[in-house]
Structure formats: C-alpha cells, structure tokens
Design a protein around this ligand. Structure first.
Ligand code: PMP
Length: 378
C-alpha cells in the first residue's frame, strides 16, 4: 500500500532507527547515574538536545523533552496557568485537541477561555485577534500549521502583537517542523511544542521549547529531570531517535520543494474533478491537501481508497474515532454537509510522482463508484 497520511504519523527514518538501536541493544543507562553507564546516557541526551535546538534555532537549555506534543501542549497551558491567578486565556478556533482540551479544563477551573475566530481560509482573523488581545490574556496559543488543512499562520506577527499585549505566546509547531522553516528565536515566541513522530522520529517523544524566563509548574513531579519540569528517567531510545530525526529533517528540508510539486499536481487534478480544496487561498504546508467532493462521504472514500491500496485520512486521525465533522472546517465556516466529505492527503518526502499518478486513477475509480451509489439512492 502507498502511505499518504504523513500528518498522522511518518515512517521511522533509518538514521533515527539506528540511533535508537544502541539503547535497545548493547547499551543502557540512567542519565542521572554518576558512573560510565550514566555518563553515556547523559551524553546521548545532550546530543539529542543539541540536534533539536539546531533544528529550530533555540538554545539547548530551552528544550524540555516530553512524551510528545500532547504532553508539551498540556505542560505549557496547565504548567503556566498553575503559576497564575486565573484570568484570560486565548487560543485559535482551530487548535489541535491537545491544546483545546486542556484549555477547556482551565476554563472549568476558573479561567476565561477566549477562542479567536479564523476566516474562510482558516487564517486567524486579525480583527478578532486584536479584540481578544484587548481582553489582556496572560497566555495566547496559535498553531503554526494546521494538521488538517496545512494552513499556516503568520506566527512572528501574532507573537509580536501578543507580546505587546503582555501575554506569553505559545505555538504548536508540530506540523511545521521539518516541512517549513521553524525558528524559535526569530519568530519571537515564548514557547513552542514539537513532536518526534511527525518528522521520521519514533512515537512517544517530543519537546516543549520554552524561554527560561517563563515560570512553569511541572505536570509530573519527582526526581527533577529536565530542569525539574518533567521528572522521570529519560526515555533514551526515543529521545536519541527524535534528535537524529531533527538532524535529518534539517538536512532534507530542500526535498519539500519536490513534495510541493506533487501536491500541486494532485490539486490540479482534484479541481478538474470538481473537488473543493480547503484553505486553497492561504499559505499552506507543501505536503497537505484537504479536499471534498460534494455528495461523497469522506469516510466512504477513505475506506474505498484503502481497498485500492492508498492510505489517506478523513478529518484528522486523532479525532477519527468520533464521526463528527472536522472542527477546523466548521470553524472556517464550511457547511456541515460538505465538511463530512473531507479527505486529507498528506505527502512525505519518499512519495513519488508515479504514486500520485496511481492515486489519481484510484480516486477516479472510487469517485465513479461512490457517485453512482449516490445517484442510485437519490
Ligand atoms: N499538535 C498537532 C498539530 C498535531 O497534529 C498532533 C498529532 N496529531 C499533536 C499536537 C499531538 O502530538 P503527539 O502525537 O506527539 O502527542
């Protein structure tokens, strides 16, 4: 089968696997130990920290390794809130559940949750953003790239405005990392979340990059690892693999120009078949196409394509257990019926022109069949 679902997760890169194998095989250690085993473990974590820092232009001491971006997002929201008296928290209306759910938890604990509107293309609405900032939020969180549409936000501009309003600005950069330039320092954000498994690293690793002036309470208290912000003996293999995946992502950044070509070819054909491409007028990730063919249910198209040997997603994988329409599309003002037809193709650097061509043929067959069913039912 051909894998076209890289926004859900990516295959493990050979270099990342290699870096991990050492810690699953001949070597082991607790990085807190004073002996040679501990020193080797510590050195491996230091190397990974350096590799992650270099990938996003941060200082190694600003990196807190976590179990993934879900934990990083929870750490910044809840860890920051725990140091404040409840006031206003602002997030965009299209955040991943690992931001919006902790935000809702904080709302139940006395915070005022301000959700900032997006326009029809999925970009943060500048007027509503300004209005939200005028309510003096302590924390603002806006994702760099949306996991479903691939739509990008102007993070440096949003961060500068939030800073002027006295807020801490956080961005979930999970989908941006490795696909477009991500620069912690230059973007002016106070905190940023990353995930390993979206860039060819292993599942179960990620990081919160956070300015050291930001006061945070840990979610997990204990032995004081990760500057006291994330206790627990470090998951060496996962962290080493994450570090190596970052190093590879930096090296391979150029390959996304080719991915954009494939994406353009795909979109051209989709439009010719009457598909709507969501967020098409906005700057987007080079690898993501979120589209709908009116009258053809997304779920049905995804399972039909799966039988043809192509792995794509309807809505986001994270929410696919729930048969609701994409919250991102609803926030963009897309009508519910059309939102239920949404299908996401997310390419990786290993996908080929030939795979995309074969996918388009399979899509044509699938649409022909499913539209036939719709016609019969009508
Ligand atoms: N944020 C975004 C934008 C994502 O796409 C994902 C992965 N679905 C996450 C956060 C959660 O990352 P993780 O799987 O590392 O917890």
């Amino acid at each position: 089968p051909v894998y076209l679902d890289h926004n859900a997760t990516t295959p493990l890169a050979p270099e990342a696997r290699e870096a991990m194998l050492r810690w699953l095989g001949e070597d082991f250690g607790n990085a807190a130990s004073a002996h040679s085993f501990g020193r080797r473990a510590r050195a491996a974590i230091d190397l990974a920290r350096q590799q992650v820092a270099e990938a996003v232009n941060a200082h190694p001491t600003e990196i807190v390794f976590t179990s993934g971006a879900t934990e990083a997002n929870n750490l910044i929201l809840k860890g920051f809130a725990a140091t404040q008296t409840p006031s206003v928290l602002a997030i965009s209306g299209i955040e991943h559940p690992s931001v919006s759910e902790p935000a809702r938890q904080l709302a139940r604990a006395g915070w005022k949750l301000r959700t900032v509107a997006v326009d029809r293309e999925g970009r943060v609405d500048p007027d509503d953003y300004a209005r939200a900032l005028s309510e003096s939020p302590r924390l603002v969180s806006v994702m760099s790239a949306n996991n479903e549409t691939g739509v990008l936000q102007d993070i440096p501009a949003l961060a500068a405005q939030a800073r002027s309003a006295g807020a801490l600005f956080h961005t979930d950069a999970v989908q941006a990392l490795g696909r477009i330039e991500v620069d912690f320092r230059a973007s002016g954000v106070g905190a940023m979340s990353l995930s390993s498994h979206k860039i060819g690293g292993p599942l179960g690793a990620g990081a919160l990059i956070v300015d050291k002036r930001v006061e945070l309470a840990p979610l997990l208290a204990g032995g004081g690892q990760e500057r006291g912000l994330r206790s627990g003996t470090e998951n060496l293999a996962a962290i080493a693999g994450f570090g190596m995946a970052c190093a590879r992502a930096v090296r391979d950044r150029g390959r996304f120009a080719q991915v954009a070509n494939l994406r353009d070819r795909l979109e051209q054909e989709l439009r010719a078949r009457g598909a709507v491409v969501f967020g098409e007028g906005a700057p987007r990730l080079p690898n993501t196409v979120f589209f709908a063919v009116k009258g053809v249910a997304g779920e049905a198209l995804v399972s039909r394509l799966d039988r043809e040997g192509f792995a794509v997603a309807s809505g986001s994988a994270c929410a696919s257990a729930a048969p609701e329409a994409s919250a991102t599309l609803l926030a963009m003002g897309v009508e519910t019926g059309l939102a239920h037809c949404a299908v996401r193709v997310s390419l990786g650097t290993d996908n080929t022109f030939d795979e995309v061509a074969r996918f388009l043929q399979a899509l044509a067959r699938s649409l022909g069949e499913l539209k036939g069913l719709v016609a019969q039912a009508a």
